[in-house]
Design a protein around this ligand. Structure first.
Ligand code: ATP
Ligand code: MG
Length: 574
C-alpha cells in the first residue's frame, strides 16, 4: 500500500500549452512524466509503474512465444552500421558522436546490426535455430518533430525482438508467432488494436504489419475494408486501376498558353476541364537516376511506392534547379512529352484518353496528349496513394479511412542484414546459408500514451486495470477523524493483503481535491470513506469507468471491491 502523503505524484490543474494531445496533457497533469528537453522525459513514480506494467505484459508474452531476453547497449560503434550500409542511409535521426579517441559511435535507434553481429559470432549450425532474442531497452532517435509527449519522443523505451531461422518457412512461422503474441499483448493491455499491412521503411524487408490503436489523434492514416479483413497504412494501401475519363479520338496535341497557372486546380479551372483529365508530372531525384512520375490529376503520388517500384535506396522530389535543367521551365510546367528522363506512370494515367500536361515551358501546357502516342512510359505501376472513392483491392468493397497510433510493428527481413553482415550458418547438408531474419518492435511509452488516447473522459484517465498505476484508490475524506482514518487504513491494508495495489489518499487536503485527483489519475476502483457514511457503517465504492457508485456496508467493502477488481481483470484477459 502506498500513502499519497508520502508519495511523489505531483498533480496539477494547469494544462501545459505545448501539450497538443490529451494523453500528453493528462500524463503531465497526473504527475506521470516531466519534460527534461524536447522529446526527453523523466518518468515520475506513477508513470514508471505504468511503463513497468506494460513491459511486464510484453515480457510475459514474448517469453510465452519462445523469445529470449537479452540486453544490448544503447551506444553502438559505427563499424556495424557501416557494414549494413545504414550509417549513410539512416539520416539525421541517427545521433552520431565521437569518443575521446575520435572513434565514431551512435545511439541505437534500433538494433538489427548489434543483434546480427552477436548471432553471427555464436550461431554456427541449423541445430541452433530457430532463435528469437528480444530486449526492452532505451532507444534514441533524433526525431525531426518530437511531440505528443511519450508518443513521439527522442529517447524512449522499445521492446525489440529479432528472429533467426534457417529458411523462409521457419521465418514465416516465427513471424506468425510474434504476430499472435502482439494480438495477445494488446488485448491484455486493454487496447482496441488492428493489424494493418505496412511499408517496410528504412528497416527494409519483404512484408510487415503495423499494430494500430484506433484514435482520432493518431498520426497514421489507415484504410480498412468494410467488407473483408483488408486493412493497410495509407502509405502502403494498394490501388486498383480505376477507369478515367474516356477520351474520344483526338488530333495532334497542341500547346496552349496558361499564364501563371501551374497547379492542377489552376490549370483545370483555367481550361475548363476535369482535374482527372490532367496528367500530373513530378520529377524525382533518386539513387537510380532522375525519374518522371505521372499520375492523373486529383491523385497524390506516393513517394514510398515510387521508391519500392524503383528498388531505390532513396528518392526525393527534384529541387528547382534540377527541374529547370531537365525541363527548361520552372516547377509546375513539367510534362512527359519530349522529356529526356525515365518515365513511370501510375495506372490512373493509362485510362486517360487525351489529357493535359505541362509543356516543359514556362506558362504553357499541352492539350490532347495521348499516353502511348505522345509519350511512352517505361512502365505502368501502382504509384499513387489511396483516395476517397477507391475500392478494396481484395474484394472490391468500400474502403473506410480512419486514424491510428502505430504501437507495434512486425517485419519479415529476409536476408537483408545477414547478407550484409555475413551472418551465416551451416545447413543440414553442411552448406553455408544466410540466416533468415525478422524483427518486431513495440513502443512502451507510446503504448501507454495510446491507452490514454483510447481511455479517458473529461475528468481524466480511465486506465485499463492491467496497466493502471494502482488498482484501488482509498480516500479518507477527513484524516483528522481518528476512527475514520483507522478504518480507511484497515480497508486499504486488507485489500493490499489480498494482493491488490492500493493508493491510500491520507493527505490533509479538501475532499474535492482528492476526488479530482482520483479521477485525473484514473485508478479503476475508488473507495471513499466520509464522516456521515462512516458513522452509519458504510463506504462508497465507485467504478471509474462507468461512474457507477454503490453504498456498501463497511464489513463488506473489501469483498465487494475485490469482486469489482476481478471483473475488471477479466476484461484484460487475453
Ligand atoms: P513512426 O512511423 O511512428 O516513426 P517507426 O516506423 O519509425 O514509427 P519502428 O521503427 O517500427 O517505428 O519502431 C517500432 C516501434 O517503436 C513503433 O511501433 C513505435 O511504437 C515505437 N516508436 C518509434 N518511434 C518512436 C518515438 N519517436 N517515440 C516513441 N515510440 C516510438
Ligand atoms: Mg520513425
Amino acid at each position: 500500500m502506498i500513502r499519497y502523503s508520502r508519495y511523489f505524484m505531483p498533480t496539477t490543474k494547469e494544462t501545459p500549452s505545448d501539450a497538443e494531445v490529451v494523453s500528453h496533457r493528462l500524463m503531465l497533469r497526473g504527475g506521470f512524466i516531466r519534460k527534461v528537453a524536447s522529446g526527453i522525459y523523466t518518468y515520475l513514480p506513477a508513470g514508471l509503474r505504468v511503463l513497468r506494467k506494460v513491459e511486464r505484459i510484453i515480457r510475459e508474452e514474448m517469453d510465452r512465444a519462445g523469445a529470449i531476453e537479452v540486453l544490448m547497449p544503447t551506444v553502438v560503434p559505427s563499424e556495424l552500421w557501416k557494414e549494413s550500409g545504414r550509417w549513410e542511409l539512416y539520416g539525421k535521426e541517427l545521433l552520431r558522436f565521437k569518443d575521446r579517441s575520435e572513434r565514431e559511435f551512435c545511439l541505437g535507434p534500433t538494433h538489427e546490426e548489434v543483434v546480427t553481429d552477436l548471432v553471427r559470432r555464436e550461431i554456427k549450425s541449423y541445430r541452433q535455430l530457430p532463435l528469437n532474442l528480444y530486449q526492452i531497452q532505451d532507444k534514441f532517435r533524433d526525431e525531426i518533430r518530437p511531440r505528443f509527449g511519450l508518443m513521439r519522443g527522442r529517447e524512449f523505451f522499445m521492446k525489440d525482438a529479432y528472429s533467426f531461422d534457417a529458411d523462409d518457412v521457419g521465418a514465416a512461422d516465427s513471424y506468425r508467432k510474434m504476430y499472435d503474441a502482439y494480438c495477445r499483448i494488446f488485448r491484455r493491455l486493454g487496447l482496441e488494436s488492428r493489424a494493418v499491412e505496412a511499408d517496410t521503411g528504412s528497416i527494409g524487408g519483404s512484408s510487415s504489419h503495423e499494430f494500430m490503436v484506433i484514435a482520432d489523434s493518431g498520426e497514421d492514416a489507415i484504410v480498412s475494408c468494410s467488407g473483408c479483413v483488408y486493412a493497410a497504412n495509407v502509405e502502403k494501401a494498394e490501388c486498383l486501376p480505376v477507369a478515367g475519363p474516356s477520351g474520344s479520338a483526338v488530333g495532334e496535341s497542341r500547346r496552349v498558353a496558361t499564364p501563371g497557372k501551374c497547379t492542377i486546380e489552376e490549370v483545370s479551372a483555367f481550361l475548363g476541364i476535369e482535374p482527372a483529365a490532367m496528367i500530373k508530372t513530378l520529377l524525382f531525384d533518386t539513387d537510380q537516376g532522375v525519374v518522371a512520375v505521372l499520375v492523373a490529376g486529383g491523385y497524390e503520388i506516393n513517394e514510398i511506392k515510387v521508391k519500392n517500384v524503383l528498388g531505390a535506396e532513396w528518392v526525393r522530389l527534384a529541387p528547382e534547379e534540377l527541374v529547370r535543367e531537365l525541363t527548361g521551365a520552372p516547377t509546375g510546367f513539367a510534362g512527359p512529352v519530349g522529356l529526356s528522363a525515365r518515365i513511370l506512370a501510375d495506372h490512373s494515367v493509362a485510362s486517360i484518353g487525351a489529357g493535359v500536361t505541362g509543356a516543359n515551358e514556362r506558362d504553357a501546357h499541352l492539350v490532347d496528349v495521348v499516353p502511348g502516342r505522345d509519350f511512352v512510359p517505361s512502365a505502368y505501376a501502382d504509384l499513387r496513394s489511396v483516395a476517397e472513392g477507391d475500392r478494396c483491392p481484395r474484394c472490391g468493397g468500400e474502403l473506410r479511412f480512419s486514424r491510428g497510433i502505430e504501437v507495434g510493428h512486425v517485419f519479415r527481413l529476409g536476408t537483408k542484414y545477414s547478407e550484409k553482415l555475413a551472418a551465416t550458418f551451416l545447413d543440414a547438408d553442411g552448406k553455408e546459408q544466410p540466416l533468415v531474419m525478422g524483427c518486431y518492435g513495440i513502443g512502451v511509452g507510446r503504448t501507454a500514451a495510446a491507452a490514454i488516447e483510447q481511455n479517458h473522459d473529461g475528468d481524466g484517465i480511465v486506465w485499463p486495470i492491467s496497466i493502471a498505476p494502482f488498482e484501488v484508490y482509498v480516500i479518507a475524506v477527513n484524516v483528522s477523524h481518528e476512527g475514520l482514518a483507522a478504518e480507511c487504513e484497515r480497508v486499504a491494508e486488507a485489500l493490499s493483503g489480498k494482493g491488490y495495489e492500493v493508493l491510500y489518499d491520507d493527505r490533509i487536503e479538501r475532499p474535492g481535491i482528492k476526488f479530482k485527483d482520483a479521477d485525473l489519475i484514473g485508478v479503476p476502483v475508488r473507495i471513499v470513506l466520509g464522516e456521515k457514511n462512516f458513522a452509519e457503517g458504510f463506504a462508497e465504492l465507485r467504478d471509474r469507468k462507468t461512474g457507477e457508485t454503490e453504498r456498501v456496508a463497511l464489513a463488506e467493502v473489501v469483498d465487494r471491491a475485490s469482486a469489482l477488481l476481478e471483473e475488471k481483470k477479466k476484461e484484460c484477459a487475453s
